[in-house]
Design a protein around this ligand. Structure first.
Ligand SMILES: [Zn+2]
Ligand SMILES: [Zn+2]
Length: 295
């Protein structure tokens, strides 16, 4: 069984339509795929239809932009009822915060002598519910200011960069609670990705586990072999689920091909079990968590 639990479609900043992403996953020989667009469930319906067509198991999820102790943390949320009002409220705040910073980024770029217009960004973000930084990056590529998204982030748009603008992120512990309430399960995405800092460490993860966190993503391209070993040891100590994923963005991110990292079937089964327990409680409270699509 090949299981990839973290991918993006055009519903956020991937380059494939949700249905095409699912078809590509089946063609790549994956048995289970999770669609986890940033802060939105917009791709779910189309992905579900494609999963039923091609016969792949689909986990509907999202990657929520959160903040914890002043730092950004990406939280993978699998199988929550996306209509749970307090969850909707958080996601709406994150999405509008992301959109609201686009004009500010364009102003800063203009001050640096780089002319990118609203229309350039709109062209780069066609079809998405979550216009944001990656689309500004794509617009920078389109106008020839940089070679690719990576250069756009490194030179201009990354945290601390000359065109960087801060934005709202959902409180992490509260988001874990809301997703659990909505019948879903949570996994911290690439906990030590793109940073040499080994944070969150075991004490922080233990606290998050106490409010409902199920697992951590260990096998991810942004983690060094050394980080993976240490994170695996933490997961063992705390009995957290360990996942591995591609964080595929279509052609939007190099070296993140579908299935380049995968999740062990036993770990996946633990996650699905935890989701089933949360879903039962959520259904008793009148919610409708979506469950796994067995295509
Ligand atoms: Zn992420
Ligand atoms: Zn991601």
């Amino acid at each position: 069984m090949r299981i990839d639990l973290h991918t993006h479609s055009r519903a956020s900043d991937g380059t494939q339509a949700p249905g095409d992403l699912v078809r590509a996953a089946a063609a790549a020989g994956l048995d289970v795929l999770a669609i986890t667009d940033h802060d939105t469930a917009d791709g779910w319906a189309e992905a579900e239809q494609a999963a039923l067509e091609v016969g792949i198991e689909l986990v509907r999820g999202m990657e929520v932009s959160t903040r914890h102790q002043g730092r950004g943390v990406h939280l993978l949320a699998y199988l929550p009822d996306p209509t749970h009002p307090p969850l909707v409220e958080q996601l709406t705040r994150v999405l509008s915060g992301r959109q609201a910073r686009v004009p500010d980024m364009l102003t800063r770029l203009r001050a640096l002598g780089i002319e990118v217009t609203d229309a350039d960004v709109a062209r780069a973000s066609a079809g998405t519910a979550a216009t944001g930084r990656p689309h500004v990056a794509d617009a920078l590529v389109a106008v020839g200011a940089v070679r690719d998204r990576t250069e756009a982030f490194d030179r201009y748009l990354g945290a601390g960069g000359p065109a960087y603008v801060d934005r709202y992120a959902a409180p992490l512990a509260e988001t874990i609670r809301l997703v659990t309430e909505a019948g879903g399960v949570t996994v911290v995405a690439h906990p030590w990705g793109r940073s040499q800092r080994e944070w969150p460490g075991e004490p922080e993860l233990a606290e998050l586990q106490a409010v409902g966190l199920s697992g951590i993503e260990v096998d991810h391209e942004d983690h060094t072999p050394g980080s993976r070993d240490k994170l695996r040891a933490i997961a063992r100590n705390l009995d957290l689920v360990v996942t591995g994923s591609s964080d595929h963005h279509g052609t939007g991110k190099i070296d993140h091909e579908l299935g380049c990292n995968t999740t062990d079937p036993e770990q996946y089964a633990r996650l699905v079990e935890a989701a089933a327990r949360a879903a039962e409680a959520a259904r008793a409270a009148g919610l409708a968590p979506p469950g796994v699509v067995r295509g």
